[in-house]
Design a protein around this ligand. Structure first.
Ligand code: UT7
Length: 329
């Protein structure tokens, strides 16, 4: 059986920065509250002309360039997002057209866990022999789903995209993946209206039901419970333990969640990667953006074991263990 190995990585961030000082002028909040409760100092916001597909395509172009490959070399695109350009066509199809690829393309929507679910889809396609080179993208313009009058959510999220190129290899890159879902927790984090259950109407839009609604402390408790379990399970299915992982790369939702994760896994806080201060919560994009930050700063070495973990609405969660087989930057 062939394995899936990472041969390219790339990212794209919009230029505009929204700082905590900017938010102080928009809602009843303070820089002090945001920093102590979340660790976030600023986040990127897409320009009016940018969309999830445009950000995703830019990240994918960077990943293809890093791999030394072109659009014709890719035979599947799997894009994880929770802020698709439209309900349909898929954002992946729009990215495919932007890149000039001709391969199949599909969206995976598991909210902030979308990237891990997308990685599973891509890895399975390679391991089954149905694909040789797959673009896996996490892309979000979450700012368009935010209620900018709700201080409980608007201070958290940002926009961005990250992408990997996976290639069939004799060397194992992606090792164990463990996914989970619990739909009984669907109500704690939702964009309720705009789909078939609650089609968009003037009344629903006036009630802001087309925007993100979150019971933050419920999500927090869920996250700190499932993250260590998922990470341990993915490491065990890779015949590895917590001590073998050089980097833990969690979905960047809240610095306090990351710190609790480190404590519950019994690892030093500096092995749990964080860029949340600069980017906020970029949902499905946060894990590949974090990987790209580690790569471009020269912090990934061949053979390093990375434990990725995502969690979010659904409820969903998932962890993946990856051996970095690409060279150091
Ligand atoms: O990526 C998807 C997954 N999402 C997450 O993982 C989010 C997980 N949850 C969290 O990160 C945290 O729950 C939040 C950062 C969202 C909130 O932090 P918290 O410590 O759970 O605060 P809270 O919701 O319990 O609210 C505490 C207080 C409330 O005031 P009262 O009722 O005690 O008077 C809120 O109204 O903080 C207030 N508050 C704020 N105050 C200033 C909420 N947001 C703000 C704000 N500025 N932006």
């Amino acid at each position: 059986m062939k394995h899936a190995a990472i041969v390219g990585i790339g990212a794209y961030l919009p230029e505009r920065r929204l700082t905590n000082a900017d938010l102080e002028r928009m809602v009843d909040t303070t820089d002090e509250w945001i920093v102590t409760r979340t660790g976030i100092r600023e986040r990127r916001i897409a320009a009016d002309h940018e969309t999830t597909s445009s950000l995703g395509a830019e990240a994918a172009r960077a990943a293809l360039g890093d791999a030394g490959l072109g659009p014709a070399d890719i035979d599947l695109i799997v894009l994880g997002t929770s802020s698709p350009d439209h309900i349909f066509p898929s954002t992946a199809a729009l990215v495919q057209a932007r890149l000039g690829c001709t391969c199949p393309a599909v969206d995976v929507m598991a909210a902030c866990t979308s990237f891990i679910y997308a990685l599973q889809h891509a890895t399975s396609s390679i391991e089954s022999g149905r694909a040789k080179r797959v673009l896996v993208i996490g892309a979000e313009v979450f700012s368009r789903l935010i209620d900018w009058t709700d201080r409980g959510t608007c201070v958290l999220f940002g926009d961005g995209a990250g992408a990997l190129v996976l290639e069939a290899s004799d060397e194992a890159g992606v090792l164990g993946i463990e996914l989970g879902a619990d739909g009984t927790g669907a109500d704690v984090l939702t964009v309720k209206a705009g789909g078939s259950a609650f089609p968009a109407t003037v009344e629903r839009i006036e009630a802001r039901e087309h925007l993100v609604q979150m019971a933050g402390s419920e999500v927090f408790k869920f996250a700190v419970r499932v993250i260590p379990e998922a990470v341990r399970a993915a490491l065990a299915s890779s015949d590895l333990s917590v001590a073998d992982a050089r980097w833990f790369i969690p979905h960047q939702a809240n610095q306090r969640i990351l710190d609790t994760m480190a404590d519950r896994l019994g690892v030093p806080h500096d092995r749990v990667f964080s860029n949340i201060a600069n980017l906020g919560n970029t949902s499905a994009a946060s894990i590949p953006l974090a990987m790209n930050d580690l790569y471009t700063t020269g912090n990934l070495r061949p053979g390093d074991v990375l434990a990725l973990v995502g969690f979010g609405a659904g409820l969903t969660w998932g962890a993946a263990v990856v051996r970095w087989t690409k060279g150091a930057r």
